[in-house]
Design a protein around this ligand. Structure first.
Ligand code: TXA
Ligand code: MG
Length: 318
């Protein structure tokens, strides 16, 4: 198992030596390595069992550092960066050659983000290279929102996990790029469309293009627990699945006749931020129960609800 600790100096020493470690962010935990170092990036793909056609997000702590590895930041991207970094926003920008092609799966753009987490920002400040970091889960599984989640699945393969507590947003960053001069959202995430459109006006949304190789971020079956996830009206689903072992993941409601250990609630008060924070850890907990099915429901389709529903849909798409 990996050592879980708070030693930023140690984390930085490991990264400088080309090692790969777990790092906290406000969205989900990342599996981080030196983005300029092909051998470190190769380790990331291996540890995650990630196909090399699925590119990595590069993390840094300031706009100034980003100019070292991207060619140009268009005005609307600059506005978004100014408003929302550090934060759950990833921008696709034309890369300089210092970023190895392996990081971007050969694509001309690199995905860049400044995460909003004090521990990881302090770490990034100490480094003269950015960190390539996908979510720290085996490819296709639910993303980790705590150091323990990372340790449970990848602890045997990495030396260290920097502990930053539970991820506050709980759902991955929103990914935005360009088609010509038009801004396009390729992955719904922790930064809401409402907030984005407030700054740059209407954007195009293309989150489900699972077959488009230029946006491999949108593989349809993803974020999946091992158990079968079924989405619908929970009352009706309980009737259909009454003779089979199931657990419930409900948005707000508790069901009296179901054992309490077999049901989790995303937010009793109906708060979508709280629901997002609880989503992945709830799926993990239910996935570890001796049941076959996880019965769940969509949340309201607004604010973070859009990203939550997107992840539920992908978790159910097996
Ligand atoms: O919140 C997050 O974004 C977290 C934390 C750790 O920062 N990271 C994360 O990384 O979710 P990952 O690798 O699990 O998802 C990143 C997605 C991938 O599915 C990838 O296909 C897409 O971003 N992506 C990365 N670089 C890209 C590029 N150059 N063009 C298109 N899509 C890209
Ligand atoms: Mg991921």
């Amino acid at each position: 198992m990996a050592i879980i600790g708070n030693d930023i100096e140690h984390a930085s020493t490991l990264l400088k030596a080309g090692e790969v470690i777990g790092i906290p962010t406000e969205t989900v935990y990342g599996l981080a390595g030196n983005a300029y170092n092909v051998s470190a990036v190769t380790k990331i793909f291996k540890i995650k069992k990630r196909p090399d056609f699925d590119p990595l997000i590069v993390h840094t702590d300031s706009l100034a550092k980003i100019y070292k590895f991207v060619k140009d930041i268009p005005e609307s991207a600059f506005q978004l960066a100014k408003y929302f970094w550090p934060g759950p926003l990833t921008l696709l920008l034309a890369k300089k050659s210092v970023i190895p092609d392996l990081v971007t799966s050969g694509l001309p753009n690199v995905a860049v983000r400044v995460p909003n987490h004090a521990v990881t920002l302090a770490l990034l400040e100490k480094l003269d290279f950015p960190l390539a970091a996908p979510s720290a889960n085996p490819f296709g599984y639910v993303s980790p929102t705590s150091a323990r989640h990372v340790n449970d699945q990848l602890g045997g393969k990495i030396p260290y996990i920097l502990n930053g507590g539970v991820s506050k947003v709980g759902i991955e960053s929103t990914i935005i790029g360009y088609e010509g001069s038009q801004l396009v959202v390729y992955r719904l995430g922790g930064l809401t469309l409402e907030k984005i459109e407030h700054v740059v006006g209407k954007v195009t949304i293309k989150p489900h293009s699972s077959s488009d190789p230029t946006t491999p971020g949108s593989l349809k079956s993803h974020y999946s627990p091992a158990k079968k996830v079924v989405i619908g009206n929970i009352e009706e689903l309980m009737d259909v699945y009454k003779d089979r072992p199931f657990a419930l993941l409900s948005f707000q409601k508790e069901y009296d006749h179901i054992p309490s250990e077999n049901q989790l609630i995303l937010s009793k008060s109906g708060d979508l931020d709280e629901a997002a924070q609880n989503l992945f850890s709830s799926l993990r907990t239910l996935d570890n129960l001796p049941v076959e099915y996880i019965l769940t429901e969509y949340v309201p389709d607004r604010d973070l609800g859009l990203a939550i529903n997107d992840r539920l849909k992908r978790a159910a798409a097996k």
